[in-house]
Design a protein around this ligand. Structure first.
Ligand SMILES: [Zn+2]
Length: 415
């Protein structure tokens, strides 16, 4: 509850956004200087880009947003199996979304590899995957990622999702083998860091962290846990401690819960980590939907009757994404992005909010965005001229446009 009030407090705070030097900031995606270093053969070479841990040590890192959720809405992915074969079936759609996040100001692009493990591909719904392996899918996802990134100063993340073998009780060796296959392409393509995300159990996280640590890359791990703890009842704080002790450089949560709830979980994690003298970097990538009523449900927003096809009225506004980014930063979280429901304009909002802490960096997309609707002041349409102020957007409470509909669901699935 305190974060809800924290949000409104932050939204009214005079130091938020108003003083953000958006107009003096350097727009555009930075490129590496090709004149700064030389290759062994004496020709022009690439300056070494800063790695994840170096960047996190200097300030906030802005993640990217939703992939499978957004690609489903655009008609390229099937909800349920969240078909990772999209990288082969519609590579242009994946490239386009990566480009939008880069354009928005993200510091990281995640490979589009959710649910691509071999054991997941044998489950119902993955029609095209009968003849495609995890290795082939992840290899293609990496190729796409590198093509989009080009020489932009953006980190490339090899992302892994939970494996059904864990829930089937097949044991550590089998589970690690499934993760090893997911990781193979990321190592071959020399991506910048590894991330295991959306894990429901900290034990599974420990197993994958142990394996990731053998690859010589920075290791991040996020659970789909709420404030109550993981699916086995391990408290959120204890989960963070166990992930840190397993060797993760970056720990936190993603998906399943809204920003407000995710920040409560992060606070619990930070409190326990501090108590135990552990200091991994903290990472949060929440849902882009408001769903306070599922805060204490193990499977979060999956318990909403309208998930995943009718969540639009719950979507965060850009202003709420600003407030989330500031609240996360103030809490000490340094890797701040989004999961399902976070669209490019939300990532632009995070990028703009944290621009002062990132040396004034902004994405190209901010050239087409004046803070607080400033460009509306000169609108040809008279009603819009009154909307070009911070005050207007702070006091406006978005309506759903559906009279008689509830604010939150009175009943969740199976209740
Ligand atoms: Zn998600």
């Amino acid at each position: 509850m305190h974060f809800l009030s924290r949000f409104s407090k932050i939204a009214r705070s005079p130091c938020l956004l108003q003083n953000t030097p958006l107009f003096t900031a350097s727009h555009g995606v930075r490129k590496f200087s090709r004149s700064a270093t030389r290759n062994k053969d004496g020709g022009p070479g690439q300056q070494k880009k800063k790695g994840l841990l170096e960047r996190l040590g200097e300030g906030p890192v802005v993640g990217d947003g939703s992939y499978v959720f957004t690609l489903e809405r655009r008609g390229y992915v099937l909800a349920g199996p969240w078909t990772p074969e999209v990288v082969i079936e519609h590579p242009e759609a994946v490239k386009s979304l990566h480009r939008e996040y880069l354009h928005a100001g993200a510091d990281v692009l995640q490979a589009s590899t959710f649910y691509s493990s071999d054991d997941k591909l044998t489950m119902p719904g993955h029609e095209a995957s009968r003849t495609i392996t995890c290795k082939e899918l992840n290899d293609k996802a990496c190729t796409i990622l590198k093509e989009v990134a080009g020489d932009a100063d953006v980190l490339l993340c090899g992302a892994m999702s939970p494996v059904p073998s864990y829930l089937d009780g097949k044991g550590k060796e089998v589970v690690q083998r499934e993760y090893a296959k997911q990781m193979e392409a990321f190592i071959e393509h020399d991506l910048d860091f590894l991330l295991a995300e959306f894990l429901g159990h900290v034990e599974e996280a420990e197993w994958v962290i142990e394996l990731m640590k053998t690859k010589g890359k920075p290791v991040a791990c996020t659970l789909r846990t709420g404030p109550k703890g993981d699916c086995a009842g391990v408290a959120a704080g204890e989960c963070a401690v166990r992930m840190a002790e397993a060797g993760a450089d970056v720990v936190g949560v993603n998906c399943q819960y809204d920003p407000n709830t995710c920040l409560k979980t992060m606070e619990a994690m930070k409190t326990e980590l501090d108590k135990r003298g552990l200091s991994p970097y903290l990472m949060v990538q929440p849902l882009g939907f408001h769903c306070p009523e599922v805060e204490n449900e193990d499977e979060g927003y999956q318990m909403l009757p309208e998930c995943p096809f009718a969540l639009e009225p719950r979507q965060l506004t850009r202003f709420e994404a600003h407030a989330f980014a500031r609240a996360a930063y103030d809490l000490g979280v340094r890797y701040i992005g989004g999961c399902c429901g976070f669209e490019p304009h939300h990532i632009r909002a995070i990028s703009e909010e944290l621009s002062p802490e990132r040396g004034g960096k902004l994405g190209e997309a901010s050239k087409k965005h004046v803070p607080w609707g400033g460009a509306l002041k000169n609108s040809m349409l008279v009603p819009n001229r009154t909307k070009g102020s911070r005050q207007h957007w702070e006091k406006t409470k978005p309506a759903s446009g559906r009279p008689g509909y509830p604010d939150v669901q009175p009943k969740l699935i199976n209740q």
